[in-house]
Design a protein around this ligand. Structure first.
Ligand SMILES: Cc1cc2nc3c(=O)[nH]c(=O)nc-3n(C[C@H](O)[C@H](O)[C@H](O)COP(=O)(O)OP(=O)(O)OC[C@H]3O[C@@H](n4cnc5c(N)ncnc54)[C@H](O)[C@@H]3O)c2cc1C
Length: 452
């Protein structure tokens, strides 16, 4: 049998490869970069500060499924706060101590059934009430996406967690069990008191180690796929570094707006070219002391700072910084090539420090210097209403027989690692059925044709 080509050796690509290999199917994983892991990357500096590609929180259930349960430490606490009206409020319940937010939310709950939301802005107003939507949800969505909330699809709101009762139960479970119970980290599997955050020894990237070992002989590093060849509506080959490899199917984890450029021989994917991702910069700053933020994550919707979010991961994972010291990550939304994107790392750190000084007073005496800076052009998929219909079609199938697109950027979905894992495994059932032929294979092929 011709091999199944997998584009990318991040979590999704490795999950796909390990799953298909276990079924006895031949796979080749083409990874454009020099290492496996994609966004699941970890770094440590000479002074003992560790950080990942943005702050990452994963669950014990995912670690167990990936065979890394034994090397994981339990995270005891996780919490979020919001800076609103110059005051720190815990999220979500502290916000309700502001009478205008509580009344607005109540009014929204009691109001007669409205027409379906036409935009994310509408969705926020309907779900949270006018005051909370205007002061917190809308400015955050805009800072995060770089687009007006009125142009974002209502599906942006859907990514936000559970209702108040479920959140209350999960928060109470955290207090009672002394473990950071996950809240809003997966939609594919139920969240409960028994599903809590963990962190692998040596960094988040270690989560992928057993899977990477199981497919090591199938991975080609430094091998970007430059072309996916389609004939008669079906994938037949891939080209990498000038070499063409005949394939029985392709599983891509590349950003979806790149796919139309890779795929040759069909126009079925052309509408994906307009989908956009939000580029982002993650700036790490080192400080003396611990607990500078009110909680692990602080949302800053009020503007006036380069960042819209700060994360002090050592509040949850004390081992990420040397004792008595801490690391804060500032998230800056930007565009490729703009003043933030092109700013030298040292100036980015200075700008973030100045922003933090505005919130916390002078942190200068505690500041120990910049940690690493990470830039990515594809941090978050932006769901604009104008391509929402195309996005929903694409969520069902790529429209090309034998081509699957999985993973966070591959699905163009707001999904975290656990959902990437479960969803990719589910999709591999379709791939296996397709290459295996038979009734289920025909069904899988039909699936592609119907979407086309
Ligand atoms: C800032 C930030 C914070 C996050 N925090 C969390 C968190 O707290 N908890 C959580 O669970 N998740 C979190 N996530 C999400 C998580 O990182 C992702 O869901 C997951 O890592 C995605 O894996 P992936 O394999 O889909 O994509 P990626 O990791 O991006 O892997 C894709 C791979 O494909 C390769 N590739 C691309 N094009 C080609 C090509 N043409 N040929 C060959 N290879 C190619 C790339 O080099 C890359 O290695 C966060 C993400 C970000 C950006």
């Amino acid at each position: 049998m011709k091999p199944i080509a997998i584009l990318g050796a991040g979590l999704a690509g490795l999950t796909a490869a390990a799953d298909l290999k276990k079924r006895g199917l031949p796979v080749i994983v083409f990874e454009a970069g020099p290492a496996i892991g994609g966004m699941a990357a970890s770094f440590k500096d000479a002074e003992g500060f560790s950080y990942d590609f943005g702050a990452h929180f994963v669950s014990n259930r995912l670690a167990k499924a990936m065979g890394t349960e034994d090397i994981c430490r339990t995270v005891k606490h996780y919490g979020e706060a919001v800076l609103v009206g110059g005051r720190m409020r815990s999220h979500p319940f502290g916000l309700m101590r502001e009478p205008r937010f509580a009344l607005g939310a109540l009014k929204a709950k009691l109001s007669a059934k409205r027409a379906p939301a036409a935009s994310a802005a509408d969705w926020f107003r309907g779900a949270y009430g006018e005051a909370l939507a205007e002061a917190v949800a809308i400015p955050l969505a805009e800072a995060w996406s770089g687009a007006p909330a009125a142009e974002l699809a209502p599906s942006v709101g859907e990514k936000f967690g559970h209702g108040a009762l479920k959140s209350l139960y999960l928060t109470a479970a955290q207090v009672l069990t002394g473990r950071a119970v996950c809240n809003g980290y997966t939609r594919e599997m139920p969240e409960s008191a028994g599903v809590y955050h963990v962190y692998p020894e040596g960094g988040l990237s270690k989560l992928l180690a057993p899977m990477a070992t199981s497919v090591a002989s199938n991975v080609r590093l430094g091998s970007p796929v430059e072309k996916v060849v389609v004939e008669g509506g079906r994938v037949v080959a891939v080209r990498s570094k000038g070499e063409t490899t005949p394939v029985s199917a392709v599983v891509s984890t590349a950003p979806v707006n790149v796919l139309p450029k890779l795929v040759e021989g069909t126009a079925a994917l052309d509408e994906l070219a307009s989908f956009r991702y939000r580029p982002m910069i993650f700036v790490n700053l080192k400080f003396e002391g611990r607990g500078l933020l009110p909680d692990t994550m602080l949302w800053v919707p009020e503007g006036g700072t380069p960042f819209f979010r700060l994360t002090e991961a050592p509040i949850s994972m004390p081992w990420l910084a040397p004792e008595g010291k801490t690391l804060i990550t500032a998230d800056i939304g930007c565009q490729v090539g703009d003043e933030w994107w092109t700013m030298p790392d040292a100036d980015l750190a200075e700008a973030c420090l100045a922003g933090m000084n505005r919130i916390f007073g002078d942190l200068g005496p505690r500041y120990l210097g910049a940690g690493g800076v990470i830039r990515t052009s594809v941090a978050y998929p932006v769901h604009l209403e104008k391509y929402e219909a195309a996005r929903r079609r694409f969520a069902l199938a790529t429209g090309v027989e034998g081509l699957w697109s999985v993973g966070r950027n591959g699905e163009f979905a707001h999904i975290l690692m656990e959902d990437v894992y479960w969803r990719t495994k589910r999709r591999m059932e379709e791939v296996a059925a397709f290459v295996g032929g038979g009734a289920r294979g025909a069904e899988a092929a039909d699936h592609g044709r119907i979407a086309a």
